[in-house]
Design a protein around this ligand. Structure first.
Ligand SMILES: [Zn+2]
Ligand SMILES: [Zn+2]
Length: 262
């Protein structure tokens, strides 16, 4: 007998070894690979990034005269689009390539993606740090570069101010991406403003993200707003990229992911 869970996975309930969900043996193994060291890396990444984002925002406010309202709105839009695209690239790379067995990065950064496919609701049980810290870590370097420029080249602010506003919005949405992704898997207790944003398609809607969760998880990788999923699928962006990589390296995509779902 096959059942479909709210996240679109078909669960085989005919034996004692479910293919999906928290009782899947692979899901349990992956959950147990979340270590104390990983938690420390997440705590450092999260709080460092919060301080840096606020520091960068302080410089932006202090130099507001360097830009216009129109540009700020444009930078916001471009930042959201960039974050959606970046979420797709990172998600696609981690889903399709590499292995949990890789030294350091495997357990620390690829493991959560494998866990998410065989137990999509696990993310709804993760706290704020486990859900968001790796995304916050990605924002540390770009935001640090902007702070460096404001601090050490105050005379050149007009030359980098607009770009730095774009970087700030881009990184803000990178930081918010996995929280938005978590909400797309949360079916109970969401605040009304979150479901409103989902219904308006301003953040990743639930039904939209279900398309990615149909095995073999080979499309709809963008998880900030999902706006780029349809056009990227139309031009077969991910498939073309995978063909190029396989042609050069001989490695097939998703071999590690399929190993875990079995
Ligand atoms: Zn995925
Ligand atoms: Zn998901």
């Amino acid at each position: 007998m096959a059942e479909e869970d709210p996240n679109g996975n078909k669960e085989n309930t005919s034996d004692n070894s479910p293919r999906w969900g928290p009782n899947n043996e692979g899901a349990k193994t992956l959950k147990n690979l979340y270590t104390k060291e990983k938690r420390i890396q997440e705590l450092i990444s999260f709080y460092t990034c919060v301080v840096l984002l606020l520091w960068h925002f302080y410089y932006i406010l202090n130099n507001l005269y360097s830009s216009s309202f129109g540009y700020t709105f444009f930078a916001l839009f471009l930042g959201i689009l960039s974050a959606d695209f970046a979420s797709g690239v990172v998600h696609w790379a981690a889903d399709s390539w590499g292995s949990v067995d890789l030294p350091i990065v495997g357990k620390a950064f690829i493991r959560p993606f494998r866990e998410h496919h065989i137990d999509p609701t696990a993310i709804t049980r993760h706290d704020m740090i486990e859900t968001n810290a790796d995304n916050f870590m990605l924002a540390i370097l770009p935001v640090s570069v902007c702070i460096y420029l404001f601090h050490f080249r105050p005379g050149d602010v007009s030359s980098f101010y607009n770009f730095s506003v774009y970087v700030w919005f881009f990184m803000l949405f990178v930081c918010m991406t996995n929280q938005i992704h978590k909400w797309s898997h949360t079916y109970f207790g969401l605040p009304a403003w979150v479901t409103t944003l989902q219904n308006l398609k301003l953040i990743l809607p639930k039904q939209h993200h279900r398309i990615h969760h149909v095995s073999p998880h080979e499309t709809y990788f963008c998880i900030t707003t999902g706006w780029l999923n349809w056009p990227l699928e139309k031009i077969r962006f991910w498939t073309a990229l995978e063909h190029c990589i396989t042609a050069v390296t001989g490695v097939e995509p998703r071999t590690d992911d399929m190993k875990w779902t079995k």
